[in-house]
Design a protein around this ligand. Structure first.
Ligand code: SAH
Length: 347
């Protein structure tokens, strides 16, 4: 498939050029786009195209569908964790969550990650490659086909750093947003980043006002330097400044993720410092009891510590929620399933 075109990664405009180049009418682009985004598995199924066009397409292009290799359903809350195999044998994971307002998926943007956050399960795996736009998109299409329900919300919070795969992620955002595709609006999409400042600024200018979720996890540089190597490149001040610009340009409220780690970032002083840092910003804080990852040596803060931390932030007027844990019986968080799967393969 290496030298064939990946139809799922192509925009309608790119499909139009391809059709014109091969001597066909460009209106077929919309038909091809609709079929691929509906989840069709092979080009022969595009029944409103002539046989000749389908045959020609098969010679130059393919549909890069992901293969479901494992599916785990939580007995507690119905969360479903999918492990997908990619065309080169790599594996990624995605999670389907059901909320009162509908279905939401958490998707991956890379195979592995290069950011090296100390508490994260993806760190031990290393980096393999970026996902293509269609591979990011097909996590949603395949899940939608599997559960036969419309997915209304997307968070790019699975494996990988989305802004480290910027071009493909932005192309994915345009594809998923398209009225002839899944038609999921920017307001229903969150991009989570560890804080690649120049890319945050670039994203603010793309005219796709997605919710930006910042993995902050520390109120100052000395703590953040220790747990997130990216902070040595872009300090907290620079990150907060970029967030303010993002909010001004897009009018969107920023979400700050803060994983509470016992004795590392969960003291009363840490909460006060965080409140000072975020004062006056249009934002929301999500507190997450850190998920323990083998070998990382971090423990989650107690319920009482978390409650106190939340109280302090709220006292200073910062809207705060403690993130509800979904799928805790199926390792639905943070690269843990893929890690388990890779370990199984190694042993
Ligand atoms: N690279 C992106 C998105 C993937 S990580 C980012 O950094 O935001 C998704 C979220 O899970 C991030 O907020 C990340 O910091 C958090 N996370 C990673 N490992 C975790 C752990 N062990 N416990 C709790 N949250 C974790």
């Amino acid at each position: 498939m290496k030298d064939k075109l990946d139809l799922l990664s192509m925009t309608i405009e790119e499909l139009e050029s391809l059709l014109l180049e091969t001597g066909h009418k460009k209106f077929h682009a919309k038909q091809i786009f609709q079929w691929t985004h509906k989840g069709i598995k092979d080009i022969d199924g595009m029944t409103n195209l002539s046989k000749e066009l389908r045959n020609q397409l098969k010679e130059i292009a393919y549909i890069n569908r992901l293969e479901i290799v494992k599916k785990l359903v939580s007995n507690i809350d119905g969360t479903v964790k999918y492990l997908f195999k990619l065309i080169d044998g790599s594996v990624i994971e995605s999670v389907l969550m059901k909320y009162q307002h509908g279905y939401s998926v958490c998707i991956s943007s890379q195979v592995g990650c290069r950011m090296g956050c100390r508490f994260c399960a993806s760190t031990g795996i290393g980096f393999v490659r970026n996902l293509a736009p269609g591979e990011i998109l097909d996590q949603i299409i395949s899940i939608q086909t599997d559960v036969k329900q419309r997915i209304g919300n997307v968070v790019i919070m699975g494996i990988g750093e989305p802004l480290d795969n910027y071009d493909n992620v932005v192309k994915f955002l345009r594809l998923v947003n398209h009225k002839d595709g899944l038609n999921i609006g920017a307001r229903h999409i969150s991009v989570s980043t560890c804080g690649l400042v120049p890319k945050i600024l670039e994203l603010s200018k793309e005219n796709i006002p997605v919710t930006l979720s910042i993995s902050l996890h520390a109120p100052n540089d000395s703590i953040r330097d220790k747990i997130m190597p990216v902070n040595k490149r872009y300090s907290i001040d620079k990150l907060i400044e970029a967030c303010k610009i993002y909010t001004e340009t897009t009018n969107r409220r920023i979400t700050f993720e803060y994983a509470l780690i016992e004795g590392v970032n969960d003291s009363k002083d840490n909460a006060l410092e965080l409140a000072g840092l975020l004062k006056g910003m249009l934002c929301h804080v999500n507190l997450i009891p850190v998920n323990t990852v083998d070998g990382a040596g971090f423990r989650r803060s107690s319920k009482e510590t978390i409650a106190k931390f939340k109280d302090i932030l709220e006292k200073y007027g910062i809207e705060t929620t403690v993130r509800r844990e979904l799928g805790s019986d199926i390792n639905a968080a943070c690269g843990q399933l893929r890690r388990g799967f890779m370990d199984e393969k190694r042993n």
